[in-house]
Design a protein around this ligand. Structure first.
Ligand SMILES: [Zn+2]
Length: 236
């Protein structure tokens, strides 16, 4: 798994630097001749009130850069294994965050979000389609927009007073684009598997950030914008 220098804790929202031995613990189990490797990663939030762990595992080919190296040198890698055939977050289970099921979050929005999370392991495409529907409901509820085409609704956000920040518009647009073809039944066959699990995870992460920013306490607004920016940078 690729591990960025800056990381946002999914439990408390704290953004921190990933430091091996302090907040980042990784291990590679590999067999060079069989050309397989498994990369296990634990991230521990350094915030004193949190301290919770995230666990990731991915499996792929033996990285060429590690050929001929000793077992001890196989540790501490921060990049995706080549030819990864499994990639997943084991802890916390992705999405379905109960804290977002609050009285301030409209029920229909939480339901779409929860369903998008459930669809993720089954179908990234279906997940993004649901995330897109959720995002559209969110902007209508938050900004009291007249229902229209999603693309136009997103554009409208920039003309409001005060205008919605560009990071948020870009984030919404990325969900719109990822879920775009899926939303058109006539294109169904053409684009059955064009959404990666990563893109689907990113769409859900964006939804989570905006849900808590728009409908829950605005206290950590700036942190959430940083988190959005990190997600958008990752996409490029
Ligand atoms: Zn934390």
């Amino acid at each position: 798994m690729k591990i960025e220098n800056k990381y946002r804790c999914p439990y408390c929202g704290f953004t921190y630097r990933t430091e091996p031995g302090r907040s980042l613990f990784t291990h590679v189990l590999a067999h060079q001749d069989a050309n397989v490797a498994v990369h296990a990663v634990i991230l521990v939030c350094p915030h004193m009130d949190c301290g919770k762990a995230e666990v990731f595992v991915d499996a792929g080919s033996f990285p060429a850069a590690l050929r001929g190296k000793a077992e001890s040198e196989l540790q501490g890698i921060r990049y995706d294994l080549p030819g990864a055939y499994f990639k997943g977050r084991l802890l916390p289970p992705f999405g379905g965050k109960p804290e977002l099921r609050a009285a301030d979050v409209p029920e229909a929005i939480y339901r779409d979000y929860d369903e998008a999370c459930r669809l993720l392991p089954v179908s990234a495409g279906a997940c993004v389609t649901m995330a897109r529907r959720c995002a559209q409901k969110m902007i209508r509820a938050k900004f009291r927009l007249k229902p229209g085409k999603f693309q136009n609704e997103i554009k409208t956000l920039g003309t409001l007073s005060p205008p919605v920040r560009q990071e948020i518009i870009d984030a919404l647009d990325s969900i719109r684009k990822a879920g775009r073809f899926r939303a058109l039944p006539e294109d169904e066959i053409r684009v059955v598997s064009d959404v990666s699990p990563e893109a689907a995870e990113q769409a859900i992460s964006i939804i989570e950030i905006l849900m808590s920013d728009w409908f829950l306490a605005p206290a950590e607004h700036d942190d959430r914008l940083v988190a959005l920016q990190l997600i958008l940078n990752k996409k490029q």
